[in-house]
Write a protein that binds this ligand. Structure first.
Ligand SMILES: [Cu+2]
Length: 147
C-alpha cells in the first residue's frame, strides 16, 4: 500500500511540476519590443505593420506620432533583428537597418520620411502665390494631403 501511495504522490507532483513548467515557458517565450521606425502617415503605418506581421509575431503596432513600433513576438520563432530587416525591406529605416535607396525612392511622396537634407530640398516645392491681392488669409498650411 505504501508504494502505491508513494507513486500517486510522485505522479501528482510530476504533473503539477510539468504544468507549472509549461505555463512558465509560455510566458518566457513572448517578448515585447519597441524600436524606432521612420515614417510619416497612415499609409506608412499599414506598410510597417504588415511588414512586421510575420510568422511568430503576435501583434505589431506603429505609432505615427512617436514613430515607435511595438511588437509582441514569440522568442525563437523570429528575431528582433529580423523585424528590423523586414521593415527596412519595405522602405522604412529603423535604428538598426536602413532601407535601400531603391525601395525608399519607390515609396509614395507622402511616405518619404526625412532622410537627408537632399531629400528635403527635393520634396520642398514652394510655390508662393503673390497674385492673391484680395487679402484673403490663406494659412500657410502645407500639410501633406495624400493620406
Ligand atoms: Cu506614408
Amino acid at each position: 500500500m505504501k508504494t502505491i501511495n508513494k507513486s500517486i504522490v510522485l505522479f501528482l507532483s510530476l504533473s503539477i511540476l510539468s504544468f507549472i513548467n509549461i505555463t512558465a515557458q509560455e510566458e518566457v517565450a513572448k517578448v515585447t519590443t519597441e524600436f524606432k521606425v521612420f515614417g510619416n502617415c497612415g499609409m506608412c503605418e499599414k506598410r510597417i505593420e504588415k511588414a512586421l506581421m510575420v510568422d511568430g509575431v503576435e501583434s505589431a503596432d506603429w505609432d505615427k506620432e512617436t514613430k515607435m513600433a511595438t511588437v509582441v513576438y514569440i522568442k525563437g520563432k523570429v528575431s528582433e533583428d529580423q523585424l528590423h530587416k523586414n521593415v527596412a525591406e519595405v522602405g522604412h529605416d529603423t535604428e538598426k537597418y536602413k532601407a535601400s535607396d531603391e525601395v525608399y525612392s519607390n515609396l509614395p511622396g507622402c511616405c518619404k520620411f526625412d532622410r537627408t537634407e537632399e531629400v528635403k530640398k527635393e520634396n520642398d516645392h514652394n510655390d508662393h502665390n503673390h497674385s492673391d491681392s484680395h487679402g484673403t488669409n490663406h494659412k500657410g498650411d502645407k500639410k501633406k494631403s495624400c493620406c
